[in-house]
Design a protein around this ligand. Structure first.
Ligand SMILES: [Zn+2]
Length: 582
């Protein structure tokens, strides 16, 4: 009997735990005051958050999650403490591989679309922790360069959800070892929070007579310098509204401030030469960005790492990148990226980040030619190739089962919160558009682009397409359907046939037919090699289609090379065609 009762209790608990909808609530507003105690690696936070019920059912239970190294101290509604149970929830969304979860019983049921404001308090330690990486076999030596988040007396930098839950989140468990599960949970979280507001007041607790560290949370951070308020401790305020793709991040170190508007440059002692590369690259980078995107006006910030091998990270217009290496090329490219953000705000990730990465490639071209730019883009191709191959496999499977409604796989660029798409794939899409419509038309599009006309409530969901079509005087609906509104995978080109012939007057021609085996169409360049030279033409080949053209040649053709790398393809092994002499 005793045992049965115990089992019943156990099962009862399991059932209620399973019934919790962890993603029912979205945090639509954060108003947090965070105090750092670097000597103790400690953080204390208090403030208010607003939860909105985004589920279809009324909710009485809300789950709030913070890093497992932090502890809940208080949760109140309308000034009254509410009942909550605190537990550890295993999830790779945090660097410790677990979360401190508060299962909160709200004073009243919250109806769908209604909101509730909670006063919260939590505190704890944020130390360097590579658990979630080392437990899937990543050596600690490598893991610590990507999992660098920590509060420490010498160097503090902490990224938000997806790295360290230093503010409350509401997510289902994410698992690194299960393929894309972690990224899916993080992307879903970011999509839910994209419209949320975040106000952060960050301060340093306690005086440090020997030091005057700089606190950073965004390029726009409003605050007093550590110097001026030494007696009261440093304090800055950051505001992200809306959050968009930004991961709220803060940093604190004994930075040397070498700012020169609009660039705020924070380097660490000993990295002067690396920081100087940024200072020197600012003028040419600004000139380049201004010509394409307009004058950068909003501040951008680039901050150094104590660990020279730390993986760079971007949060809005704050870029964290090591200045230990003296790399002129990298400094120029990093500046171009951030200056594009400064000049061209957008709430569309594929526009905001896609254009910034596209601009990096263009800057590479200016410095090292088209091939250097295509090699640079090639590094991006690897990032989304695998996901696109899954799309291809799914579409082939569906093609065999005609009755089955096309299963939605992949990530349409227009709506994705997956970084590899809105950064890497989007960079290619802008590059292809530039190749198709030319520099002048694209510059005109960028000049006319207004973020406020391209938001999610927009009457015209094809806003960008229409700007481009107007500038290029060309119908590009098919291109946007294949690359932006849908994820149809990648094209796969090959030469289907060639036919050399001569006119009566002896002029040589080659009739070329290209086939695209993929489900996304593109305009692709192809180069005909002949005795004494080569000639490059461009041709539009729609998805699963062929296109034929004829080219006049000054000599006998010996081969054809399709795609110089400017169009991301699923298979590049079938792109060279040899023409044997007749
Ligand atoms: Zn960016």
């Amino acid at each position: 009997m005793k045992l049965l009762g115990w089992l019943g209790l156990l099962f009862g608990l399991t059932a209620s735990a399973a019934a919790i909808n962890r993603e029912a609530f979205t945090v639509t507003r954060y108003d947090l005051e965070v105090r750092l105690e670097p000597e103790q690696q400690r953080l204390g936070a208090r403030g208010k958050i607003t939860l909105r019920n985004d589920s279809a059912q009324p909710q009485k239970i809300a789950t709030l999650q913070i890093s497992s190294s932090l502890n809940w101290r208080a949760i109140r509604v309308d000034g009254k403490a509410v009942q909550y149970v605190s537990q550890t929830y295993i999830s790779d969304i945090d660097h410790t591989g677990a979360l401190s979860e508060a299962i909160v019983t709200l004073p009243a049921e919250i109806k769908p679309k209604d909101s509730v404001e909670l006063e919260i308090g939590y505190e704890g330690v944020i130390a360097l922790d590579t658990t979630r990486l080392t437990r899937i076999g990543v050596p600690d030596e490598i893991a610590k360069h990507s999992s660098w988040d920590q509060i420490s007396p010498s160097f503090t930098a902490v990224r938000g959800a997806g790295y360290v839950a230093w503010y409350p989140i509401t997510t289902e468990s994410a698992d690194f070892s299960e393929g894309n599960s972690l990224f899916e949970v993080v992307d879903r979280w970011k999509a839910r929070e994209a419209g949320s507001e975040f106000d952060l007041a960050l301060s340093l607790l306690g005086e440090r007579a020997d030091a005057s560290p700089t606190l950073l949370c965004s390029a726009e951070a409003q605050g007093s310098s550590a110097e001026a308020e030494k007696n009261r401790g440093a304090r800055v305020k950051c505001r992200w509204n809306p959050l968009g793709t930004v991961t709220p991040t803060f940093a604190m170190a004994e930075y040397v401030d070498q700012s020169n508007a609009p660039l705020k440059l924070f380097s660490l002692p000993g990295h002067e030469a690396g920081a100087a590369k940024y200072s020197h690259a600012l003028e040419p980078a600004t000139k380049f960005v201004s010509e394409w995107f307009g004058q950068p006006s909003a501040p951008i910030a680039i901050a150094d790492f104590a660990d020279p091998h730390a993986a760079p990270f971007e949060s809005g217009t704050l870029l964290m990148a090591s200045m230990a290496a003296e790399d002129t090329k990298l400094a120029g490219i990093n500046l171009v990226h951030e200056l594009v953000h400064s000049a061209l705000p957008s709430s569309r990730p594929w526009v905001y980040e896609g254009l910034a990465h596209f601009a990096e490639a263009m800057y590479r071209q200016e410095q090292g030619g088209r091939q250097a730019a295509l090699d640079f883009l090639g590094l991006h191709r690897a990032a989304f190739l695998d996901s696109e191959k899954e799309v291809l496999a799914a579409s082939q499977k569906n093609a065999g089962e005609k009755e089955v409604v096309q299963k939605s796989v992949g990530q349409p660029l227009a709506t994705t919160f997956d970084e590899t798409y809105y950064r890497s794939k989007a960079a290619y899409v802008w590059w292809m558009l530039r190749d198709m419509i030319g520099d002048d038309a694209l510059k005109q599009v960028i000049r006319k682009y207004r973020a406020e006309d391209d938001n999610n409530n927009n009457k015209d969901p094809r806003y960008v397409e229409h700007l481009i079509e107007a500038a290029a005087k060309r119908d590009l609906g098919w291109f946007f359907d294949d690359w932006v509104y849908q994820d149809r995978g990648l094209p796969d080109f090959h030469v289907q046939s060639v036919h050399p012939w001569k006119t009566e007057k002896g002029v040589q021609f080659l009739t070329v037919t290209l086939e695209n085996l993929g489900s996304a169409g593109a305009e692709v360049p192809f180069t005909i090699l002949f005795e004494g030279g080569e000639i490059t033409k461009r041709i539009e080949v729609r998805a699963k289609g062929t296109a034929t053209t004829r080219v006049e040649l000054p000599g006998m053709a010996s081969g054809i090379r399709v795609n110089d790398g400017s169009v991301p393809e699923s298979d590049l092994t079938n792109n060279v065609f040899k023409i044997s002499a007749p």
